[in-house]
Design a protein around this ligand. Sequence first.
Ligand SMILES: [Zn+2]
Length: 445
Amino acid sequence: ASYGELETEQVRQDLTAIAVRQGTRPRPGRRQEGGSRAASGGLADGHPRYNANNVSHIQENPSSEAESAVRQDRRERRFAQRQALWAITSLDRVRKCGRTTNGNVGDGLAAIVVNGSVAHWSGFCTCGSIWACPVCSAKIRATRADEIARAVAAHMTRDGGTAWMVTLTARHKRHHDLAPLFDAVANGWRKLMSGRAWAGDPKRGVLGERDRLGVRGNIRSMEVTYGTRNGWHPHLHVVLLLSNETGEELAYAIHRWDKTWRAWMKKQGFEPSKEHGVKWSKVTTPEEAGEYIAKTQEGKHIGNEIARGDFKNGKFGTLAPFELLEYFRQTGDMAILPVWQEYEQGTHRRRAITWSRGLRAELLGDEPELSDEEVAAEEVGGETWALLPAESLRAIRRVPGLQTRLLDAAENGGFVELVNLLTAYHLTYQAGPDAPKTEASPAAS
Ligand SMILES: [Zn+2]
């Protein structure tokens, strides 16, 4: 075969590296944070259960008090970050998310609705931004992780294929604007997926990498982090689905991708380095692939001991987008503003998660594909316990954390506890049509 000037030694090293990585699940703890519904769907017994069209109830109905507490903590953090975001966002929809009523439960009203052991707000606008909004993003990403896990399960379990997680990244030397960085990464991907090495030369009967490996398609996501020293750091996470994998062909592909990617990035002014390039690891479970693509960009938690000024004085290394928000929420440091707004503008209307053409239908059949906005706006419904007028909603907004504490109260202490909290804050409300009948439930207060 005419594979060009590949060095046998390099190929051998690549294969050894893969063998070492196989079976290791990279950074499992962090991915878990994303709350993939599929992850709780349980492959623990080795038996995939991905044929259910909707497994959302697994996440919506936590099975233990501990799970419930973890979920409440996450919700509290996300809501608090969104509340901080209202003050600094450059996007109109985001400023209205969870704040402006949409009229669905009555003019100017929002409702507390309870479904099983989970309470939620109904009647607010949602922004549907997977990039900028901590609340919508978590919901969208959980849904996407679930879809991807089920698709990869169909590919691996039903069709006997293999899958790889490929990370493409580049280190840059100086501060670049975000938008051109995105383009460099996206175009680098296009470069990999084209040309003779990839597509072969059909006229001469030469098969390309795509045919030799039986590449079925890919699902990929663009991610971005912010380094206090080097600025924006976008990277691409790809799940590559193969149906005809051999060690040799794979080694050639790994070598070619690395070479092509580095050459491209160098041309764009990036610094090629061994740790910043192309990384491959084999997918061992479908939900791992889902989380790899759709995990939240919350990052590790930056903790409570941060101080105003830490951002400028370089206390942090690399921050995930919502860590920028968390820093702002805790310190109110407006130094974050230009960085955050560049992030919003640079990502706005960009696709975060992309499936290669035809792949979704091939793996998930005619399951309808909801847009990010539709996923974010989707409500599970339930019993309407309380309706709150505009003046109460305004008062709630003025007390940090109260929006989620009301939900916590309903979940932990039922209707009585909810009413107690509303009363403690002198909040006018109307008992909803499904409010449980108790002595503590006046028709209005
Ligand atoms: Zn939102």
